[in-house]
Design a protein around this ligand. Structure first.
Ligand code: PHE
Length: 344
């Protein structure tokens, strides 16, 4: 047994390992279930009792020495990530961090903001929890007017003169701009809005809008039409056409809905535009004089236009997403489709 212990000690002294794999192989060779040291312990059980004291100590020392050596080798193996080796080799590659990619709604919001910034518009933001006055009353919705049904509302508190609610559109931010900003005003108001709708592929109770407002002397419907045309050509390509259909909003008069020529079939008709060649993208109109007056603007001197669009809708058209719910489920397989995820 003495010789056997010495042999293992010698082997251990000359042991060299290049990689962690080799260290593991050495561990198995000495300390594994069928390893040399394990075998020696089995042999130890059969030796004469008077020799047990001497060899017992030697065997325990051997086992400890081997364990220490294996630990030491683990730290110096070339593929080890210990601080020591990292410091020895400063050229070792670092860890990768995945930054993720931008959400499609955020990409569209940024594109719209960049386009309108070129036209001289500022960006305005306001509270998501609003009062009835800014969401409805100041926008020419009288308290019992049926137009309120167009936007089914989540109320936070009712029962007093000015209920608190979740904004159903970002037009309320435009009211706050008219109340506080010097004229002329040119703003876009992107933000999250809430409507009490059943969730389906085409409707959601939370979505995003970007609305715009321009107020100055002598602003006409022709300015509105041209601004929208320039915007859609920047957004969907230089050959895009627009079509304006008469519509109704309490805060604009006249009001219109705008369609763009389908950028998939170029007017021929496909299943995205349901064979019509046109896609509806926004609502707009000339600001009703009542709305200007409610915010203290002289409607004889000033006029303006407003428009509003849903960001999910624009993103759906841009990337042909057929279900609105994808935008809110945070499924990585969907989110990774947009933009590139960056690794540093
Ligand atoms: N606020 C309207 C909506 O949410 C959109 C709109 C804005 C229409 C401005 C006309 C002018 O449906």
């Amino acid at each position: 047994m003495k010789e056997e212990i010495e042999k293992v000690l010698n082997d251990l002294d000359s042991l060299k390992c290049e990689s962690l794999k080799e260290v593991e192989e050495a561990r198995i060779k000495f300390l594994g279930k069928k390893g040399e040291i394990t075998k020696l312990f089995e042999e130890f059980r059969t030796i004469a009792p008077e020799m047990k004291k001497e060899f017992g100590k030697q065997l325990n020392d051997l086992k400890q020495k081997t364990q220490a050596k294996i630990e030491e080798l683990k730290g110096t193996a070339s593929d080890s990530v210990s601080d020591k080796t990292a410091l020895n080799d400063l050229t070792m590659p670092g860890y990768h961090y995945t930054l993720g990619s931008r959400h499609p709604v955020s990409i569209v919001r940024q594109e719209i903001a960049d386009i309108f910034r070129k036209f001289g518009y500022d960006i305005a933001e306001g509270p998501e929890i609003e009062d009835d006055y800014h969401v409805f009353e100041a926008l020419n919705f009288p308290p019992d007017h049926p137009a309120r049904d167009m936007q089914d509302t989540f109320f936070v508190s009712t029962g007093h003169k000015d209920p608190i609610l979740l904004r159903t559109h970002t037009s309320c931010v435009q009211v706050r701009c008219m109340e506080t900003m010097p004229l002329p005003i040119r703003v876009i108001c992107p933000g999250r809005v809430f409507r009490n709708e059943a969730i389906s592929a085409r409707a959601h109770c939370i979505f995003h809008q970007c609305e715009g407002l321009y107020i100055d002397e002598h602003v006409t419907f022709a300015d509105l039409r041209q601004s929208i045309l320039l915007f859609v050509r920047e957004m969907f390509g230089p050959n895009t056409q627009i079509r304006m259909r008469p519509s109704y909003f309490p805060f604009t008069e006249p009001s219109s809905e705008v369609d763009v020529s389908c950028n998939i079939c170029h007017g021929k008709g496909c299943n995205v535009c349901k064979g019509t060649g046109w896609l509806e993208i926004l609502g707009c109109g000339m600001v009703d004089p009542n709305v200007l007056e409610a915010s203290g603007i002289d409607s004889k001197k000033y006029s303006g236009f407003a428009f509003g669009m849903g960001l999910e809708r624009i993103a759906m058209l841009k990337w042909q997403v057929n279900d609105l719910r994808h935008y809110f489920e945070n499924d990585m397989r969907f989110l990774k489709e947009f933009g590139t995820s960056v690794e540093v």
